[in-house]
Each structure stands twice: as C-alpha cells, then as structure tokens.
Design a protein around this ligand. Structure first.
Ligand code: SAJ
Length: 412
C-alpha cells in the first residue's frame, strides 16, 4: 500500500524540511505544529527558521498545494513525529512534547497507519509512545506485548542531518530504522524510500534509539578529548592545533577540534539521555559532558587574566552562534561566555556577530552590537569565539599589538 498522505508533527528544524522534501515527491503532506505563527508563515510559502535552500522547497510545495500546515492533526497514512526532547534541570529527559504529539494524533489514527518517531529519545521511548497511543485508542491494536500484526505500525528513525546542510543530508544520509516489530520496520522503510537515497538499515526500536544517542555522544567524547588536550597544552606551552594536526597524520587517529565549549541542541544534550538511563556505568560519557560544559569557564578565566594587564580593557568578542556560519544561538557557549564577562564587569565589551541582526535579550540592554572593523580598532583583547568565515579571512596583521585569545585555532 502506498502512502497518499503523510503528516509531520512538529515543523521545526527537522520536521519542516522533512515535510517539504516529502511533498516535493508528489505526496500530500499535512504539517502540524502548535505554533500558530509557524503554521501561518508556512502557509504563506515562507519559513520561520534559517536553513539554506529550505525556503525555495517550501515555497514551491505550498504553491502546488502539496504541503499544508495546520495546528490540528488530520487523518493520514503515516505520521512522523519530530518534536523537541529537551532535558529538565536535573538532566532528565523531558518527553512531554512526544506525549503531547501522541495524544494529538491518537484522535485521528486509523487502521493500517504508520507512526514514526524521529525525535532524539532515551531508549524505551518508542515503546512508551505505543503505550500512550494504545491508552488513547482502546479500539485499535498496537505492536506492544508481543502483538505481531497490530492495526498500527510504530517505528523509530532518528534524524541525522547537520544544520546548514539539511536539504542535502535528508536525502543522501543513510538511516537507521528500528521497528517495534519487523512488519513495522518494513513499513517505515517503505516510507523513507519516498525521499531517502542513502541506505535504510533495519533494527529494533531500542537499538535505533541508542544508535542516535551513540553518534552524538561519540562526537561529544571526541571533542571533550580535544578540549582537555587544549588546557593541558596551555600548561605545557604547546600549540594544541599543531599538536592535533600532527597526531592526526597517524592513520588511526582522528581528533576533533577544541573550542570554547560545545553548544547546540543536540551534542550538548543527547549524551545526558544515556547518562540518565544508566548513571552508574556512563562514566566517560558523563565526564565528557562535564569537560565540555567546563570549557567556557576556562575561557572566561583566560580573558580575566589578560584583562588584568589593562587599566580599562576593551574586549572584542567575535561570534555568538553555537558554531560557524549559522545564526543559531541555542545553548551557545559563546553567548554564555559574553554574559559572564558582562556580569563580572571584566571590561568594555564589543560584540561582533555577522549572522544576527539583533543581539539576544540577555545582552541587548548591556552591550551594543559592533562591526568587525570598529572592534578591531578599539579592542585591546580580541576574543575569537566562533570560526565564522569573516574572522578566518581577516588580515592577521591587524592583531599586532593586541592580545589575541583564539578559542577555535583560526589565527595560527
Ligand atoms: N564542535 C567543536 N569541535 C569540533 C566539532 C564541533 O567544538 O571539532 C562544537 C561546535 O562548535 C558546536 C558543537 O560542537 O558548538 C556541535 O556542533 P556539531 O557540528 O558537532 O553538531 P550539530 O549539533 O550541529 O549536529 C549534530 C550532528 N551529529 C553528529 O555529527 C554525530 C548531526 O549529524 C545530528 O543530526 C545533530 O547533531 C542532531 O540533530 O542530533
């Protein structure tokens, strides 16, 4: 049976591109989001997030009528859930958005439907999703407690796309598809066959959930290794960037880059889902999180030491986003560092961020946004926080006579 109508629940950084790509393959797509502004923006053919080329795809599928956004779920052949899974204050996962999505779609579920969870989730969440749906719809059968041929198929298929490359990676990346039964997985592979050119690797839901957490934790641990090395190298007066470059010439060594800390809504969050599942045994994964979360404090101390050398230090903070050449400030270590320098009155701050038009609220009243030229002229200390292209290609001779603190290894 083919999929005539697909519904995507959650129209954010993952859901909207997924909905638009599926619609571009001639499928009728209903996008659902609780945010009325997002729904209205999309229905006008526009987008409420920043992602290269997404606007073109959305505009075209809205114009042809293939994609429609709404706040109220409607019946469909398949439902893909792409809602946020943040953590709470104690690093415990917050599954309330998934539970909310389950309750919303339960009302319109019909026999033969497929439900796929894409949100990054702790192991066991797909089983919970099945239970929430079953509680809401006692008239249907679900693939739980060994039921093989249930009315509803349920699978987990984590998103894996890199922000900034989403449109390309959505199609080209391999996918891991974990079914609650093998029939569920088979049906999900058919769904992804509509738009994925990469391979779909089939497993069970728990393994697929863990695969996603493992991928991001692997990256976090590797970055923590690099961040720890960067601090040790400062003590030993060694250039960590040169060291890593040389070490990576070994055929089996591939160390990632140190930085001011790890940001974004994925790598800095997902490892905690493993820690919360097995706190006693998740030692390296927890320590990596702590090392990366501690790096901003180390950078702040370095700036304070440098500032002590000046009577009235002027500090240019270059970059605010969580990584290069994007406008996303979520969980950004650069923002945390600037906030802390401001709170501690370390000096006069000049903040340069070419990718945003206004500074975040936490900074707005305390500091003006500067441009690079002005910052270069006035600053005693140049603090590079994000490796944006504008900073990488800047004339190094302009740094002469200034203290340069380069957290990204751009000005070697
Ligand atoms: N970072 C470093 N050093 C590095 C690489 C990254 O300090 O060598 C920092 C970045 O500056 C940033 C943070 O880590 O602050 C995260 O950036 P990222 O580029 O590593 O990852 P994300 O969060 O943009 O996307 C990741 C990707 N996961 C992996 O590469 C394993 C992406 O494929 C996932 O889909 C995404 O998480 C997600 O949504 O989970």
């Amino acid at each position: 049976m083919s999929f005539e109508t697909v519904s995507v629940i959650g129209l954010g950084y993952i859901g909207l591109p997924t909905a638009a790509i599926i619609a571009s393959r001639g499928i009728n797509v209903i996008g659902v989001d609780v945010n009325q502004h997002a729904v209205d923006t999309i229905n006008q053919g526009n987008i409420h997030i920043v992602e290269p080329d997404l606007d073109i795809v959305v505009r075209s599928v809205v114009q042809t009528g293939a994609l429609k956004a709404t706040t109220i779920p409607e019946p469909a052949d398949a439902f893909m859930i792409a809602v946020p899974t943040p953590f709470k204050d104690d690093h415990q996962p917050d599954l309330s958005y998934i539970e909310g999505a389950a309750k919303a779609i339960a009302t319109v579920l019909g026999k033969g439907n497929l439900v796929v969870l894409e949100s990054t989730s702790p192991v066991g969440t797909t089983e919970k999703l099945a239970t929430w749906l079953a509680e809401a719809r006692p008239d249907l059968t679900f693939p739980i407690n060994g039921v093989e041929n249930a009315d509803i198929n349920i699978a987990y298929c984590p998103e894996r796309v890199l922000p900034g490359h989403v449109i390309h990676e959505l199609v080209s990346n391999d996918r891991v598809v974990g079914g609650l039964t093998s029939k569920c997985a088979k049906r999900a592979v058919e769904l992804y066959g509509i738009f994925v050119k990469g391979e779909c690797h089939v497993t069970n839901a728990r393994t697929a959930e863990m695969a996603k957490l493992t991928e991001n934790s692997f990256r976090d641990v590797n970055i923590a290794f690099a961040n720890e090395l960067s601090i040790i190298c400062d003590t030993l007066k060694i250039n960590v960037w040169e060291l890593i470059k040389l070490s990576n010439r070994h055929p089996r060594v591939n160390i990632l880059n140190p930085g001011p800390g790890v940001g974004g809504h994925c790598i800095a969050v997902d490892p905690w889902f493993i820690v919360s599942s097995d706190p006693e045994n998740a030692k390296i994964i927890r320590t990596a999180r702590e090392v990366n979360d501690g790096k901003p404090d180390y950078v702040i101390e370095c700036v304070k030491k440098a500032a002590d050398r000046f009577k009235a230090p002027v500090i240019a903070c270059l970059g605010l986003s969580f990584k290069a050449d994007i406008d996303d400030l979520r969980e950004s270590p650069a923002v945390a560092i600037v906030e802390s320098l401001l709170a501690d009155n370390v000096g006069e701050l000049l903040v340069v961020e070419p990718n945003v038009s206004v500074l975040p609220k936490s900074l707005q009243e305390k500091v003006e946004k500067s441009d690079l030229k002005e910052a270069m002229e006035k600053a005693d200390i140049m603090l590079l926080l994000v490796d944006h292209k504008e900073f990488k290609r800047m004339d190094r001779s302009l740094l002469n006579g200034k203290v340069a603190i380069d957290t990204r290894g751009c000005w070697l």
